[in-house]
Design a protein around this ligand. Structure first.
Ligand SMILES: Cc1cc2nc3c(=O)[nH]c(=O)nc-3n(C[C@H](O)[C@H](O)[C@H](O)COP(=O)(O)OP(=O)(O)OC[C@H]3O[C@@H](n4cnc5c(N)ncnc54)[C@H](O)[C@@H]3O)c2cc1C
Length: 349
């Protein structure tokens, strides 16, 4: 490859998506990651692309909505270009309704979705019987159904992006030199490196169960994602751990997640556990994604902070970063996502 115009450090979902967005606009791109695609948080198993509740509308929620609405075309092009299927499907999501107050709130949110989701997805309250046996237990007999949520398989999504980048003439390599515009998409390690409390890693554990619900919606109950994948597995997750010794080991906290998932969705009782997995989510001080000029490496750029929703945010984050890298435009990056939002007073530490 001739000298790259864009070098991306980090082959997680953020780095690969930014690289792909630049590639498809014709730029020469090199992605460098000593661990290969999906070596960090992005190599996991859950893959829920689920919206924030449609209330308290703001620029971050609007950015996420755009991203979720872009996802279907984004992943179809990735699949068709590189030949690997990321397992994307927009099959919606079901959530239980705990009590009368929750029912009233769910109906308000239905109105919020009608106001903000551009008529392109719905949020409604339905009787549990409509779920045909695949639903979380719901004390009221009602469920919230949204038609915006989608799923993909995280690990396969990284492999699919890497293949698409290579198919378009880009390079994905374990080592190499920086050239052109440099983007640091190095996940939790990259946030910690900035210092001053800019960001950190928050551990999560998740499991894959042998249970085939591939054409059915994902479920969200008791704070857990239950996500059927195209390969006949169901992912359940996750823990949220600020204190941990080993970022990638699993333990009894995951046993508890699996037990809680089976209590919330009784048909999962006894399903065989096929894989246990853990990783470090990159969480910025702002808790939002961080896109823009790098706060600690002048002249370079940062794409990080996906925290719990990195996969859903990736398509729009990638386009906004390509605008910045290739056209010098920052207008697609809302203030809430700017790096300075995570700086302590007085700059990077
Ligand atoms: C258990 C769990 C469940 C989750 N579930 C969901 C979910 O359902 N939906 C969702 O949207 N998100 C989910 N997330 C969050 C999501 O995984 C993250 O937001 C996302 O993976 C972050 O992507 P990233 O590319 O920023 O970081 P990473 O995937 O961590 O990638 C960073 C990469 O940088 C590389 N690297 C580090 N240092 C260097 C260096 N100096 N040079 C080159 N490369 C370097 C690493 O090897 C790594 O591959 C979950 C996370 C966990 C842990």
């Amino acid at each position: 490859m001739t000298t790259p115009e864009v070098t991306v450090r980090g082959a997680g979902i953020f780095g690969l998506s930014v690289a792909w967005a630049c590639c498809r606009r014709g730029a020469r791109v090199r992605v460098i990651d000593p661990g290969g695609p999906g070596a960090g948080a992005s190599g996991g198993v859950v893959g829920a692309l689920a919206p924030h509740a449609p209330e308290g509308w703001n620029a971050l929620k609007a950015f996420q909505l755009d991203s979720l609405l872009m996802a279907e075309a984004f992943w179809a092009e990735v699949r068709d270009t590189g030949g690997i299927d990321p397992g994307y499907a927009r099959l919606g999501r079901l959530q239980p309704v705990a009590d009368a107050a929750a029912l009233a709130r769910a109906r308000e949110r239905a109105a919020g979705a009608a106001a903000h989701w551009q008529g392109r997805a719905g949020w409604e309250v339905i009787p549990a019987a409509e779920a045909r046996g695949w639903a979380p237990a719901s004390p009221t007999g009602w469920l919230v159904r949204d038609t915006l949520s989608a799923r993909l398989h995280p690990r396969r999504a990284c492999a699919a992006l890497a293949a698409a980048i290579v198919a378009r003439g880009g390079e994905v390599t374990a080592e190499g030199a920086d050239a052109g515009r440099v983007v640091r998409a190095t996940g939790a390690a990259g946030l910690a490196e900035i210092g001053g409390g800019f960001g950190t890693g928050v551990k999560g554990q998740a499991a894959l169960l042998n249970f085939d619900m591939r054409d059915r919606p994902q479920l969200y109950a008791e704070g857990l994602h239950v996500v059927p994948h195209a390969d006949g597995t169901v992912a359940v997750g996750s823990t949220t751990e600020r204190d941990y010794e080993d970022p990638v080991s699993t333990d009894e906290q995951l046993d508890e997640v699996i037990a809680r998932a089976a209590a919330a969705v009784p048909v999962l009782h006894g399903a065989r556990v096929m894989e246990r997995w853990a990783g470090l989510r990159p969480r910025a001080r702002s808790r939002a994604p961080v896109l823009g000029p790098h706060p600690a490496h002048p002249g370079q750029f940062i794409a990080n902070g996906g925290f719990k929703i990195g996969f859903g945010m990736a398509p729009k984050a990638a386009e906004a970063m390509a605008d910045l890298l290739l056209e010098g435009r920052e207008d697609a990056i809302p203030d809430a996502l700017r790096p300075e939002r995570s700086l302590p007073r007085g700059g990077a530490g």
